[in-house]
Design a binder for this molecule. Structure first.
Ligand code: ADP
Ligand code: MG
Length: 244
């Protein structure tokens, strides 16, 4: 596999003029209506940053996260992740970069219901070709790290929301990614549990240098980040310190 050499040393994430337009069928099914939901988003996020993205519902937060996570492609604009020009990668290379570089955490946890916590965390390693023993040993280590070692044999329905999110965070860490993208990771959790989950992200950021970019609705959650990006109607209207 050949792909363009990444530019070393630059920011972890760099975007220039990212735009996203969704085309939807109109009511009659004969025509499409274009709706632009992101406008010229240009950002640089360095290694080790802890960034909160805020904005009203529908302001484009998840759309932006999906682009940053290489789960979707922009209509126009550029995106470099760890120096890789994402648009220039083949599907295989893109999948490789995504698996190696990004851990995803979602509001709804996205765990497999019939599997134990341990197997949920081990699953991505098994898909990637690890032996069962290797995968399980690594999964156990990651569950210990998020404080869930004792619950390895529990299935998601036997865990609280906060515990399920810890499993999801453990799973996000399996490939040692430099970046965690979390879309409203505390959206389904009570205040106390939300702060416990935030403490885990803070620890990963502070102690392991993992870059954290998370979407939240709550001011007190965002206040724990060091940088705030605010979206309004698909545009970045604030990028800087907390408290604006
Ligand atoms: P947020 O996460 O800030 O609530 P989203 O990024 O989910 O906002 O959505 C931004 C806008 O894009 C909304 O108006 C939404 O309806 C629209 N949108 C999101 N996903 C799609 C899609 N797959 N197709 C069409 N429109 C979409
Ligand atoms: Mg959203």
């Amino acid at each position: 596999m050949t792909h363009p050499a990444p530019i070393p040393g630059g920011p972890l994430i760099r975007t220039r003029d990212l735009c996203k337009i969704y085309s939807l069928q109109d009511g009659t099914g004969d025509d499409t209506v274009d709706t632009q939901v992101l406008f010229d988003v240009s950002l640089a996020i360095d290694r080790g940053e802890f960034v909160a993205i805020m904005g009203h519902s529908g302001s484009g937060k998840s759309t932006l996260m999906n682009l940053l996570g290489c789960l979707d492609t922009p209509t126009s604009g550029h995106y470099w992740l760890e120096g890789h020009d994402i648009a220039a990668l083949s599907d295989d290379d893109l999948a490789r970069v995504r698996n190696r570089s990004i851990g995803f955490v979602f509001q709804g946890f996205n765990l497999l219901r019939r599997m134990t916590a341990l197997d949920n965390v081990a699953a991505p390693l098994l898909y990637a070709g690890s032996t069962r023993a290797q995968a399980r040993s690594r999964a156990r280590e990651l569950l210990e790290r998020t404080g869930l070692g004792r619950f390895a044999a529990h299935q998601p329905t036997q865990l609280s929301g906060g515990q399920q999110q810890r499993v999801a965070i453990s799973r996000a860490l399996v490939n040692n990614p430099p970046l965690i993208l979390a879309d409203e990771p505390t959206g389904n959790l009570d205040t106390q549990t939300s702060h416990e989950i935030m403490a885990i992200f803070e620890q990963l950021n502070r102690e392991e240098g993992i870059t954290v970019v998370l979407v939240t609705h709550e001011d007190d959650i965002a206040a724990r980040a060091r940088r705030l990006i605010r979206l309004q109607d698909g545009r970045v209207v604030h990028d800087g310190g907390i408290g604006a």
